[in-house]
Design a binder for this molecule. Structure first.
Ligand SMILES: O=c1ccn([C@@H]2O[C@H](COP(=O)(O)OP(=O)(O)O[C@H]3O[C@H](CO)[C@@H](O)[C@H](O)[C@H]3O)[C@@H](O)[C@H]2O)c(=O)[nH]1
Length: 332
């Protein structure tokens, strides 16, 4: 018996595929759409290998609204959407901002329009801690609570912020319209999940972060150095105001992150909160050097690195205040 039917956009990507797996394991029916821009169909096979269930899958771009409509038509049971599909951060990403806005923002708009036409009214959005930018700019807001004002420092973060605002405005407008028509108005709901830095793989070793093409994030790069695919890690700046000069991030295990999507979805369905933002992080900050040390320790050899200049758009510290998520989502 299925407990609900969920459309997962970007479900062949790193976080998307782990969430699709968690949904299947919790007996949801899963329909994945993905353009395979930075992933591969092999992900669908891996999800099946672990869960014993094959998610339904359509290859399409979320900016193709007509194709999205067909998916909703073909799966009338879909009652919720988890929206991952987006171009992922590539460093400062300043070189291709229009492509970021087309895929990340326009894709979100197309999805919301198609959901509205099909009366699918619950959306969990894959946002990012990057929306906060430098949380020290108005006094010290570290660890960062959800009420910290947003101020992203790179185009990728801005597309996440604009998508959050688009979803918020749409959900509020839909609720107000429903009320005007004498309905309860609590039908539309959105979770804005602000992830800190995802890390790790499935204990089976079958699924993990497997970036297609060049990788820009610390974890996959460290893994590549550890297995000898890459000569050394470039450390982007050792002149930050931290204990060892390198920048601080909050690394959260991918299985915990995936579980957070299911609990947020349940919260929407049980409580009809309208729009609610949650940080998904651990509350524990680690520097780049901490991460190099941890990888060296586990791998049994010192990993080579070289300090270079700071990367544009990076901030000193992104560490979550995870009180709200702990109180509202844990144990669900
Ligand atoms: O080769 C590298 C890569 C990264 N870093 C540093 O490592 C930390 C983490 O960087 P990275 O893994 O690229 O993540 P962030 O820049 O913190 O975050 C981006 O990447 C995350 C993982 O995909 C997303 O969740 C965020 O939304 C996105 O902004 C930062 O201090 C970087 O300066 C290095 O020193 N060398």
């Amino acid at each position: 018996m299925t407990v609900g039917s969920v459309l997962v956009t970007g479900g062949a990507g790193y976080i998307g595929s782990f969430t699709a797996l968690a949904l299947l394991e919790a007996d949801y029916e899963v329909v994945i759409v993905d353009n395979l821009y930075s992933s591969s169909e092999e992900c669908i096979n891996r999800i099946e290998l672990i869960s014993g269930k094959r998610p339904q899958y359509h290859r399409l771009d979320t900016t193709n609204e007509a194709a999205l409509d067909k998916v909703f038509d073909a799966h009338p049971d879909i009652d919720s959407v988890i929206h991952f599909a987006a171009l992922k951060a590539v460093g400062e990403s300043g070189e291709i901002p229009l492509e970021y806005y087309r895929v990340n923002v326009h894709g979100t708009i197309c999805l919301l329009r198609s959901m509205t036409r099909h009366n699918v009214t619950n959306i969990v959005f894959s946002s990012s801690a990057t929306v906060y930018g430098d949380a020290t700019r108005f006094g010290n807001m570290i660890p960062i609570p959800e009420h910290c004002s947003t101020g992203p420092t790179n185009p990728y973060g801005r597309t996440k912020s604009v998508s959050e605002m688009t979803i918020t405005d749409h959900v509020e407008a839909q609720r107000n319209n429903a009320k005007k028509e004498g309905k309860s108005g609590d039908q539309w709901n959105a979770a804005l999940l602000r992830y800190f830095n995802p890390a790790g793989s499935h204990p089976s070793g079958v699924m993990g972060e497997d970036p297609q093409g060049t990788s820009y994030n610390l974890l996959p790069l460290l893994a590549q150095v550890a297995v000898g695919m890459r000569e050394k890690l470039l450390v982007f700046g050792d002149d930050y105001a931290s204990k060892d000069g390198t920048a601080i991030r909050d690394y959260i295990h991918i299985l915990d992150l995936a579980a957070g999507h299911l609990t947020a979805l349940k919260y929407l369905l049980d409580h009809h909160p309208g729009v609610r933002a949650w940080n998904l992080g651990t509350g524990k900050g680690s520097t780049v050097y901490d991460m190099i040390k941890a990888f060296s320790h586990v791998g049994g050899r010192d990993l080579p690195y070289q300090v270079v200049g700071r990367r544009a758009g990076d901030v000193l510290n992104l560490t979550a205040n995870s009180k709200r998520a702990n109180e509202e989502l844990s144990g669900r």
